[in-house]
Design a protein around this ligand. Structure first.
Ligand SMILES: [Zn+2]
Length: 59
């Protein structure tokens, strides 16, 4: 399993995203960012996308 802390991508949030693969995490992160932070997928900056990929950890 892999995980990503929402705060590691620069948002003030205690949510931890979990998934089976990096791809899974990216998808869940995009969904979480939309549902909780009201940031649309197309509004996610390349900087934020890079942070998502850089901060995925093995759990
Ligand atoms: Zn969040």
């Amino acid at each position: 399993m892999k995980k990503l802390a929402c705060q590691d991508i620069g948002l003030n949030c205690g949510y931890i995203i979990e998934g089976k693969s990096d791809e899974d995490i990216v998808k869940s992160a995009e969904q979480h960012i939309w549902e909780i932070h009201a940031i649309k997928q197309e509004e996610i900056t390349s900087e934020m996308k890079a942070k998502i990929k850089q901060n995925i950890r093995n759990s």
